[in-house]
Design a protein around this ligand. Structure first.
Ligand code: GLA
Length: 691
């Protein structure tokens, strides 16, 4: 249709033309265009899980000589006594550059700030891999990007093995035996018991990543002995629970430290429990490879090696190889700049605005950093808050928006109103970004284009759907009013102030919505405030950087739909625990639950097609853009696996297996801030020396 005709049809529509005329004007939904070709640099080398590591006793163990000085001074037991009976042994054959040497430091830069060390009561450490390095979880998924599809299952970690009963309703989990916290206390089922009963099952305590019973298929957990526990399920073989045991859900805290502060065990109050380990308290016991020994607010956090770390190489060298980890407290954008310049060592290049500049610098053979693009797994969605029954206690205006959010025509209007090509190009021009209608990403294993419904950009169609939703500009101010002569519909859009990309996308959304007559005001909040607003439902719309569920499906499966009162990001239960699901959401829940309980690969593929159709046709959330990320690592580091994505089952800080990364002796830069020291006592001044 030419422009004049189109305009004529549009005015006919505005005059309340017949449905026929309206239909003639509407642009029909279609399938999304294929993403521009963009080759990832570096393919992973696919192996089986058992090629990466095993648990076994070795004839002898060693440690850096300066750690032996602690043993000699009577300040530490000998290394063999600090290790478990059968440590986790990384196989040399799977190490990209072989067994390593000790020393040096990885200088991270992060945009977040630590709130305190009570991860289990919801405190953030500031992200950027700091918590990933401090907490260890029962299973591990980051390195799965390199595992053969036929062997795809979580890697053992603190859980050394597990088995299912014949009927699949009982899972028995065996912990590594004799592993110790960084203060020497035993890691065992006391830690599991505390995590389960006093964190997960205690409605007053929510761990950082929001796990609840539903995360683990509503299991009943029973401790059997010091290193064994079982989980009983109603459904047979809910294997997704093994993924839920990886970062950041089943990562137990030190019960010997946390329990005395918990109100059920003599602690003062829940608030006091949460705040009992403030970010200036040093040496919080960890199972991770490094523990925090220094924190200068807005400046730096320094971690030193954990002398009780329970992983070794085949030569018996206790890991990690790197003695120190640093986290400069700056901005996320600065992380890119510093990594490329060589003053920082690591970045997940994920803010597309920085791509061209970073690529240019990294292309110089003299560049200190390696930059490698991976698959298109960074994606953003616009989440409409789908609760109509009071989650987040909306005021009258917000409640009106919520009701509109629950109207399919309104969601379609939003989708038609978005020029996704322009949104992507506004971040970076070139073959990076792709039109993303929502749901599973193109290029991932469960994606099916024919099951993907895309409402292409069309201002006219968007406006027609607004009208169908009862939204018309009755007062002529350019913005649609609520039905029955109501006030302007006024949507508040929440976005993360810490990331340029989030802010730019949100601004793009505001402008495009303005063009179809929807008034949107932007509310930018920093990290933790934003997470709180999101998790408590205090928003109308939200610009969300998608999580791993939409890439892998098997990781974070429960988050794919509102299967539990707290599982979905944009639709949770109100204060009374009621979830007001719409019919298509009920269908999504059924589909996801069927996926969780199915072990038939062909059936699972079909179920995900149904899921994708339900998600994209009904616009459970509205996709914005998707693009590849690049891993930037300083060239002096060895053992960085080929093809490590910045984000897939987990972030690159987990994917690259940092405890196995090293710097060859002649490349070490001598940047350690606390050489020859180890974490000291909890609450002590900081790191300690051997003498
Ligand atoms: C932040 C960063 C990511 C990654 C994660 C790790 O979200 O933006 O690149 O470092 O932290 O938790």
């Amino acid at each position: 249709m030419n422009k004049t005709l189109r305009r004529a049809a549009w005015s006919a529509l505005m005059l309340g033309a017949s449905t026929l005329a309206v239909q003639a004007e509407m642009v029909a939904p279609t399938t999304p265009p294929d993403p521009p070709k963009f080759d990832a640099q570096g393919e992973p080398i696919f192996v089986n899980r058992s090629d990466i590591f095993e648990y076994k006793a070795l004839p002898a163990y060693s440690e850096p000589a300066w750690v032996t000085a602690f043993v000699d001074a009577g300040k530490l037991p000998p290394v063999a006594e600090r290790l478990p009976k059968e440590p986790l042994v990384y196989k040399t054959a799977n190490m990209p550059d072989g067994a390593g040497v000790y020393g040096d430091v990885m200088r991270h830069v992060i945009g977040g700030r630590p709130e305190g060390w009570n991860f289990w009561a919801g405190q953030s450490y500031g992200w950027g891999g700091i918590d990933i390095g401090l907490v260890e979880c029962l299973t591990r998924t980051g390195p799965l990007f390199t595992v053969n599809p036929a062997d795809l299952q979580p890697l053992p970690n603190l859980a050394k093995s597990w088995e299912w009963s014949e009927d699949g309703k009982l899972l028995t989990v065996h912990l590594i035996e004799g592993a110790k916290w960084s203060d020497g206390d035993a890691f065992d089922t006391e830690d599991i018991d505390f995590y389960w009963n006093d964190v997960i099952m205690d409605a007053e305590v929510t761990p950082l990543m929001g796990a609840t019973e539903a995360t683990y298929g509503n299991a009943k957990l029973t401790v059997v002995d010091a290193y064994t526990f079982t989980m009983a399920f109603e459904q047979p073989f809910p294997e997704s629970v093994l993924y839920a045991m990886a970062y950041g859900n089943f990562c137990p805290g030190p019960s010997h430290i946390l329990k005395p502060k918990h109100p059920k065990h003599g602690g003062e109050s829940y608030e006091a429990f949460q705040k009992a380990f403030p970010s200036d308290m040093m040496n919080f016991p960890v199972m991770g490879a490094w523990g925090v020994v220094e924190h200068r607010p807005d400046d730096i956090i320094v971690l030193r090696r954990n002398p009780y770390y329970w992983k070794v190489d085949e030569n018996g060298q206790q890991l990690p190889y790197l003695d120190e980890m640093q986290y400069r407290l700056s901005t996320w954008g600065d992380r890119d700049v510093q990594a490329v310049a060589g003053t920082g060592d690591f970045s997940n290049l994920e803010q597309a605005e920085n791509y061209v500049e970073s690529l240019k610098k990294a292309a110089d053979p003299a560049s200190p950093a390696r930059l490698a693009f991976g698959p298109r797994t960074i994606g953003y969605s616009l989440l409409p808050n789908l609760s109509g029954n009071g989650w987040g206690e909306p005021n009258e205006g917000s409640q009106a928006v919520r009701e509109m959010n629950r109207n399919a025509d309104f969601r379609m209007a939003i989708s038609y109103g978005l020029d996704r090509q322009r949104l992507g190009d506004s971040l970076v021009k070139g073959p990076f970004t792709t039109i993303y209608p929502g749901g599973l990403y193109a290029g991932t294993s469960y994606y099916d284009k024919d099951s993907t419904v895309y409402y292409p950009f069309s201002v006219e169609t968007a406006k027609a759907h607004l009208e169908k939703a009862g939204l018309v500009d009755t007062d002529g101010n350019g913005f649609v009013n609520l039905p029955d002569g109501g006030a302007d519909l006024n949507v508040t859009l929440l976005a993360n102030a810490e990331y340029a990309t989030d802010k730019n996308l949100a601004e793009g959304v505001v402008a495009m919505m303005g063009d179809i007559g929807v008034k949107v005001s932007l509310s930018l909040l920093p990290g933790k405030d934003l997470d709180n607003a999101r998790d408590s439902g205090r928003y109308d719309w939200f610009v969300f950087r998608n999580a791993t569920d939409l890439i892998t499906v098997v990781q974070g499966t429960a988050a794919l739909a509102p299967v539990g009162p707290q599982t979905a990001v944009n639709h949770r239960a109100n204060g009374a625990g009621e979830l007001d699901l719409m019919p298509f959401e009920e269908e999504m829940v059924k589909t996801v639950n069927a996926f969780i309980s199915s072990r038939d690969p062909a059936e699972r593929v079909e179920l995900m097609k149904t899921y994708q159709k339900l998600y994209t046709e009904n616009l459970f959330a509205i996709g914005l853009t998707a693009y590849p990320g690049a891993l930037v690592v300083n060239k002096r580091f060895a053992n960085i696996p080929a093809g490590a994505p910045i984000f897939m089952y987990n972030w690159a800080e987990d994917n690259i297996i940092r405890e196995r990364v090293y710097v060859p002796a002649d490349a070490q830069i001598g940047a350690e801030l606390h050489p020859n020291t180890l974490p000291g006592e909890l609450g002590g001044a900081g790191p300690v020396t051997a003498n």
